[in-house]
Design a binder for this molecule. Sequence first.
Ligand SMILES: Nc1ncnc2c1ncn2[C@@H]1O[C@H](COP(=O)(O)OP(=O)(O)OP(=O)(O)O)[C@@H](O)[C@H]1O
Length: 680
Amino acid sequence: MRRPQEIVQHVGRVIDVVERGLPLGRDSSFERLARSWRRSLSTHQVDPALATTPRVVTAQELREHRDRIDAFMRIAREGMDRLHTQLRAVNYCVLLTDAEGVTVDFRTVPELDKEFKAEGFRVGTCWSEALEGTCGVGTALIDGQPMLVHRDEHFRSHNIAFSCSSVPIFGPDDHPVAVLDATALHAPAQRESQLLVYRLVLDRAQQIENAFAWYNLRPYWVLQLGRLAEYLSVQTDYLVAFDDSGRLVGGNRRARLELLDGGDGPAPAFIHELFECTTNEILATAHAQPGQAFPLRLTANGERLFAILRAPAPRSRSGLALPQAACDAAEDGACANIPGFSHLALDDARLRGNVERALKVANRDIPVMLLGETGTGKEAFARAIHDYSDRRAKPFVALNCAAIPETLIESELFGYRDGAFTGARSKGVRGKILQSDGGTLFLDEIGDMPLQLQSRLLRVLAEGEVLPLGAETPTPVRLHVVCATHQDLPELVQQGRFREDLYYRLNGAVFLLPPLREREDIRGVIDKVTREEATTMDRPDLHLAAATLDALARHDWPGNIRQLRHAMRYACAIADGDAIELEHLPPDLFRARPGGHAATARVDAFEDAPPLRLPFHADAPRRALSNTEAELRAQMLAALRRHHWQVTVTARELGMSRATFYRKMARLQIVSPNRREFDA
Ligand SMILES: Nc1ncnc2c1ncn2[C@@H]1O[C@H](COP(=O)(O)OP(=O)(O)OP(=O)(O)O)[C@@H](O)[C@H]1O
């Protein structure tokens, strides 16, 4: 309890600093604290007189906060324990919060445990600046800098006896993942008495941050760098990671800030731009003296650093020897000769680069992430990697997370044991994960996977075993995941809709598939798809008239190759002679896009053609709907178009759960453009 007199005195000081602009401390280092006090009062509107204990989240909320960073927490635990061992004897508790300031892990001082709890030091307590005003954790999170908040430098009266040393820990995206904090309930009055503890917290936080960087960079080659060779095994200054082609893919925070951001010049993209040597020279030196430090010179300033190289882990044996002939073929553009890829049109420089890289990762234990608009060939590319890999004799199992209701994803993915449910489907099901054992699991539209299942998937990936619903013992599984999405996953991570740790676990090797309209081989793709469709219909002489090919090559293809395939299937069925003319194309092909934007490449000649009627217009319901139904259908369609057919976002906007939204889509016969077939 704070004495009323202390509270009055504290509030008076807040008014002096915030309202009258008096300095909070002796030197400029207090300016940060004063800024935070001003924020606390004017932005967060925290009452400095409030002496209640801080807010504690519910058990369920705490579980969710922990789940979101459980890989990080596992790594941080060791650092917390060590800090706790150092500080317990001098009565400091140690806590770890997430990026929202919620305490997710806590080490107490046994003799003071009751007192710590009574003051709010326990798991679940939220130390955000928005709730507490200036405090170690909350202010460190907002400033993105370490913070010592000593006694009455705190904003809220409740906290003015504590001394908190808080250090933010950053993830690979340069955003804080957590804050490590050591707090004393009764610290001596002199601020200087806390500087040693502050330094200890700083060092431990840095160790945890580096350990987490090691964890995130483990699929790559990692250089551990420092100025003194002898110190390398005990202290890491820089971590720099690169892939097989020598491309720099990341590092620890210090390396990102001091070596990889390029300073005033362009950021180095490859190892040979960062150091005065090539990737091969580094690999050869490290191979000749494994585990030994060797010198490297920085290109930017000629400074010498010492390095130890760590190989990507873990990798399959067959992955070690690269299939050189196939890589050469990809480099030469001869993708037609590469097993698995030979049936695809790939005569585009970006795609050839993709294939070249895909061959290098196909047999390694590196998760693959495919990004691209709908219909650009993500699944086809995933299948090609599988067919090329050593896993080709094992199953390729695909699951589209957007196409099935949220409630079914769990059993589809993880399976369930006999009798796990009552009812007709009570017979056990193996689930896609176990079906793909030893092969490839393709998770399409991964951005639509519900958060709670993201945690379960993360666990399966980390532990290599799956626990079907209703089962008591987990089953080991050899899982190779290829995931795909057309969504902006980092943005979803920002919005808290996609787990950051899962994102980093899945994005081992990222491939961007270009939209059809941007491909330099668009004419070749159109020709290939037309020939394939004509052959399937047993019409090998069917070909595109020159004007048709020109018009198709200028079209912007919002649905990409899938839309092209559907259009050509239709045209092959409609054309009577051997040439496919403009009037044989689907009538709405060059009209407005589903999102309401006009197609960019319009065909003037086609404007005059008489409108052909499709047997079933994809946007029109087949059965008559009541007025209310029709109204709801129009509302759902409009929202879906606005959100580019992203069901989760649309359902949220209309205040429905995803499952309800899917049910209504089915009842009101709303078919996503992705799923439409000209099949009537
Ligand atoms: N390189 C290619 N050459 C020829 N056909 C291709 C190529 N890539 C994809 N296709 C064809 O395009 C169609 C769509 O491909 P796919 O289903 O792989 O796209 P996607 O990006 O996974 O789509 P979505 O995001 O909607 O799931 C398929 O018919 C596929 O055979």
